[in-house]
Design a protein around this ligand. Structure first.
Ligand SMILES: O=P(O)(O)OC[C@@H](O)[C@H]1O[C@@H](OP(=O)(O)O)[C@@H](O)[C@@H](O)[C@@H]1O
Ligand SMILES: [Mg+2]
Ligand SMILES: [Zn+2]
Length: 185
């Protein structure tokens, strides 16, 4: 089974420094949902791992977050894409939870849920350093996109070793689907 783990804000949809607080504020990045459809057609399960501290901050509540995700699922369906699962951390930084990126808790949970070792070349795509750090610690291959906060992340440096940088999710998918499959020896 092929699996990829995507950050949400700044990778699938436009991000905002004021947070994405409602379904109306959730707007897909051009080409991202179609890129997910290409992954599905190539046999990938697509899973999202997202920090949603807006819950802890009281900027929006759980039903609103569910409504945002319902809109994302419906928008994906319209282009033949499917997001298999959304893992989210609703906590604030000072809650010291295990799931808020850059901690790898969500990634470990994803590996358990899908019964796959992330160290086997599972890609993770993010726009923030913490996305890449969390995935790298869990064994994923890190991909930085320059959408969302990606350009700032690139300019700040300190990326996990081996991070590949692409303009957007569509470009990452183009690369992943073109590269030769490593045959298990
Ligand atoms: O990129 P993902 O993980 O899908 O979601 C990020 C969002 O939850 C928000 O994360 C916040 O970070 P803090 O939680 O305040 O550190 C800020 O960066 C917001 O601009 C951003 O919308
Ligand atoms: Mg992000
Ligand atoms: Zn958490």
């Amino acid at each position: 089974m092929k699996l990829i783990i995507l950050d949400r804000d700044g990778v699938i949809n436009h991000d905002s420094d004021a947070f994405i607080k409602s379904p109306d504020e959730w707007i897909p990045i051009k080409g991202s949902l179609e890129a997910i459809a290409r992954l599905n057609q190539a046999g990938y399960r697509v899973v999202v791992a997202t920090n949603q501290s807006g819950i802890a901050r009281g900027l929006f509540d759980m039903p609103t977050l569910m409504a945002i995700h319902q809109k994302m699922h419906e928008a994906a369906q319209l282009v033949g894409a499917e997001i298999d699962a959304i893992f989210f951390c609703p906590h604030a930084a000072d809650d010291n939870c295990d799931c808020r990126k850059p901690k790898a808790g969500m990634f470990h949970d994803i590996g358990k849920r899908f019964e796959i070792s992330l160290r086997g070349g599972v890609a993770t795509v993010g726009d923030s350093l913490r996305d890449l750090q969390a995935g790298f610690v869990a064994g994923c291959a890190p991909y930085l996109v320059l959408t969302g906060k990606g350009e700032k992340t690139r300019d700040k440096g300190g990326l996990p070793p081996g991070t590949l940088i692409f303009p957007d999710l569509a470009a990452v998918v183009e690369f992943l689907l073109k590269k030769p499959v490593e045959l298990a020896v």
